[in-house]
Write a protein that binds this ligand. Structure first.
Ligand SMILES: NC(=O)c1ccc[n+]([C@@H]2O[C@H](COP(=O)([O-])OP(=O)(O)OC[C@H]3O[C@@H](n4cnc5c(N)ncnc54)[C@H](O)[C@@H]3O)[C@@H](O)[C@H]2O)c1
Length: 262
């Protein structure tokens, strides 16, 4: 029997087959979870529908529009999920967006609007989605929420400028949401993944160099894969992590523990 048998999981942030969200979805599917997805734009709908079409019993899988910058789309998503499922056990937030010009260049030059956009789409959305999901979690007797972060919060990573600020907010939200929702048996955690060549990852200049560095220097001397992040997500979604909330768990082959690398 799979670790997630009987669990209903909404996975948000699949853009293409390289998306971390897709790695998580396939790991969840392997462990027996029932899945639902969103797509951010009409342009991405085709990709998501095509990928979902590769899953068993895909006709039953809800695939819904939701651009997290639009409250009415968030409301419509949860109304549809309420109608289709009635309850929810797991919410995956694997969403980030920042304008390219606010990632590169001098940090001191980040624009006011650029910072607002990065924080709104990549961090405030976690709060908005938790609020929407809460009534469904309550009907399930609790829930598990997870988001994706990167260790550019406590360390300075070049070309991560506005996104680093968004991730700092996201990680703080993880703790505040965990404290707020804990009495309703809702757990909230973040996975801090190592660098992966995804669409969002490739927007960060130097992702290939970061992967080379990880392979050469990380304690485990290799790179991280989508599947490995998916397996950490399985743990967080499962009852085996029922004592874990408010945590940021590293899935980075131990790279975060290093100071100066030789
Ligand atoms: N790739 C990496 O190296 C890496 C490392 C650590 C953390 N992360 C984080 O993982 C998460 C997923 O990114 P990814 O690397 O899989 O890239 P990705 O581009 O495949 O996924 C990002 C997703 O965000 C969605 N999105 C953007 N704006 C949106 C909006 N307004 N509404 C709804 N969805 C929106 C996109 O549609 C896309 O599916 C992000 O939070 C990212 O910061 C990535």
């Amino acid at each position: 029997m799979g670790l997630l048998e009987g669990k209903k999981a909404l996975v948000m942030g699949v853009g293409n087959k390289r998306s971390i969200a897709w790695g998580i979805a396939t790991a969840f599917q392997r462990e027996g979870a029932e899945l639902a997805f969103n797509y951010a734009t009409d342009r991405l709908k085709e990709n998501v529908v095509e990928l979902v079409g590769t899953l068993p019993e895909h006709e039953r899988i809800p695939v819904m529009p939701c651009d997290v910058s639009k409250q009415q789309e968030i409301d419509a998503l949860f109304a549809e999920l309420e109608r289709r499922w009635g309850t929810l056990d797991v919410l995956v937030h694997s969403i980030a967006f920042a304008a390219l010009e606010d990632l590169k260049g001098r940090f001191v030059e980040i624009s006011r609007e650029g910072l607002k956009t990065a924080v709104e789409i990549s961090a405030f959305s976690l709060v908005a989605l938790c609020r929407g999901a809460l009534p469904l979690f309550e009907k399930a007797g609790g829930g598990s929420v997870m988001s994706l972060t990167y260790n550019a919060v406590e360390r300075v990573v070049p070309s991560y400028n506005s996104m680093a600020m968004a991730k700092a907010v996201l990680e703080a939200e993880t703790r505040y949401l965990a404290a707020d929702l804990g009495p309703q048996n809702v757990r909230v955690n973040a996975i801090s993944a190592g660098p992966l060549k995804t669409l969002a990852g490739s927007a960060v200049k130097g992702i290939s160099a970061a992967r080379d560095l990880m392979e050469a220097k990380a304690p485990l001397r290799r790179n991280i894969t989508q599947e490995e992040v998916g397996n950490v997500a399985v743990f967080l979604a499962s009852d085996w992590s029922r004592a874990v909330t408010g945590a940021t768990i590293f899935a980075d082959n131990g790279f975060n523990i290093l100071g100066v690398t030789e």
